[in-house]
Design a protein around this ligand. Structure first.
Ligand code: 5AD
Ligand code: SF4
Length: 430
């Protein structure tokens, strides 16, 4: 009988891809097969996130639960960003944990497994050219890493301390991954990096930026769609926006993490741009790509944020009218510059978050209504157990139609017949 692996993945798409890499390595070198039952697993992995405080607290209670329910012989490994951040502290607090593997050390999984109490968390470890074995949770959803780590120093963010300095994966390897994904049934690839449009950092032999990488990936035959996340507003130069607008394979959905609409707060966050620059880039995008959808991340109640600063954020929300908003109350993180800054009253933060989200809901209701009756092209990638297949329009609307697996991996024209804030229903038309 094969050994069983249970893996829980928290956090961002980068972690999802890291988990796929670990699953592939464990399968190829150690013969592990996936299970969704932790109690029967021989190895339990938690791939953690440390971007906010709450999930970190949750980790230790979860570890306790796994320790109780696991088979006596089963091992537990903690991987990912909290592994990088807390290191051996994790084994101190939860001595039954067998190993700790940092977010930048994923390639060592098959080795660390055999070293009890090993802690591998080097943040300058270079695995940019490591040939990971293949595994994808779905052949239709092809994440491809293009860079590792982050060179920015946003004062709220722990990520540069957990994933280290930015290194780029060589373009030839990225193109080869895209080709392989297409051969295995994907029509769309999703390029991943902490700061994708800063691509090209520390490439040993080549000078190439993200715009050029997009051109090369889009030359892959059989590939029809390219998505990417996350770009940084500071690096959204004209060349990049023009390529985004002109290249028919690039999906017309852009993530523009605003963080704050106040230029003062942006400065304190060390984001490198002003409110005006952000608005200017969003305007250019909307002018060049009229049906673009723009999503954003916003943090409210960053230290020093006054009512007037928050109104600036509301003003950007009202001007840009984001199609999707991910909003968070500031959470102080260790190892960051902002950790030592004086916090805004928690109640005030909660109120600001509610106001921001309520206003965004109003905007969404207004915008979504206009989608009714539209015809969009949908790439189907998921089968739902309610008799629907789900996919995304080019500009990132989540769409469900009645249908079966025959639609998976296909692109079809769909007329939208029902809209809500989060999902649209539609009918496939000839
Ligand atoms: N507190 C709250 N939100 C944060 N994010 C990053 N760090 C913090 C923090 N300390 C948010 C940012 C980022 C998203 C992934 O998480 O908005 O873009
Ligand atoms: Fe992803 Fe950031 Fe969370 Fe790490 S801390 S898993 S990079 S969101």
């Amino acid at each position: 009988m094969s050994k069983k692996l249970f893996i829980e993945t928290l956090g961002c798409a980068m972690n999802v891809r890291d988990s796929e890499h670990m699953i592939a390595e464990l399968n190829a070198h150690e013969g592990y097969e996936l299970t969704d039952d932790a109690a029967s697993a021989d190895l339990i992995l938690i791939n953690t996130c440390s971007v906010r405080e709450k999930p970190v607290h949750k980790l230790f209670s979860e570890l306790g639960v796994f320790n109780k329910l696991k088979k006596p012989s089963a091992k537990i490994g903690v991987c990912g960003c909290t592994a990088s951040h807390l290191g051996k502290e994790i084994i101190k607090r939860a001595p039954y944990v067998n190993f700790v593997l940092g977010a930048r050390n994923v390639s060592k999984i098959a080795d660390v497994l055999h070293r009890d109490k090993a802690v591998e968390i080097e943040i300058d470890y270079d695995e940019s050219q490591f040939a990971f074995k293949d595994f994808r949770s779905s052949p239709y959803k092809a994440y491809i890493n293009i860079s590792i780590g982050c060179d920015k120093q946003c004062t709220f963010c722990i990520v540069p301390k957990t994933r280290g300095d930015e290194i780029s994966i060589p373009p030839d390897l990225i193109v080869a991954e895209a080709r392989k994904a297409v051969e295995n049934g994907a029509r769309e690839v999703f390029l991943l990096g902490q700061n994708v449009n800063h691509y090209g950092r520390r490439l040993p032999n080549e000078k190439i930026n993200f715009t050029e990488l997009l051109r090369r990936v889009s030359a892959v035959e059989g590939l029809e769609r390219i998505r990417f996340t996350s770009p940084h507003p500071l690096h959204m130069d004209d060349e990049f926006i023009e390529e985004f607008a002109r290249n028919p394979k690039i999906c017309k959905s852009m993530h523009m993490p605003l963080q704050s609409g106040s230029s003062e707060i942006l400065k304190a966050m060390k984001r490198g741009y002003t409110k005006e620059w952000f608005l200017n880039r969003a305007r250019k995008l909307r002018e060049m790509v009229p049906d673009v959808s723009i999503s954003t991340d916003i943090i409210v109640a960053f230290p020093g944020e006054s009512d007037a600063d928050f109104e600036e954020t509301m003003d950007v929300l009202n001007q840009v009218r984001f199609e999707q908003l991910f909003s968070f109350k500031y959470s102080p993180r260790p190892l960051t510059e902002a950790e030592k800054m004086e916090e805004v009253d928690s109640e005030v933060g909660s109120m600001r978050l509610s106001r921001l989200q309520a206003r965004h809901d109003e905007i969404l209701d207004e915008m979504k209504a206009t989608n009714l009756g539209k015809v969009v092209e949908v790439y189907f990638e998921e089968l739902r157990d309610d008799g629907h297949v789900a996919g995304r329009s080019d500009n990132n609307l989540g769409i469900k139609v009645k249908g079966s697996e025959e639609w998976l991996g296909k692109i079809a024209r769909v007329k939208i017949t029902e809209v809500s804030r989060t999902v649209q229903y539609g009918e496939i038309i000839a």
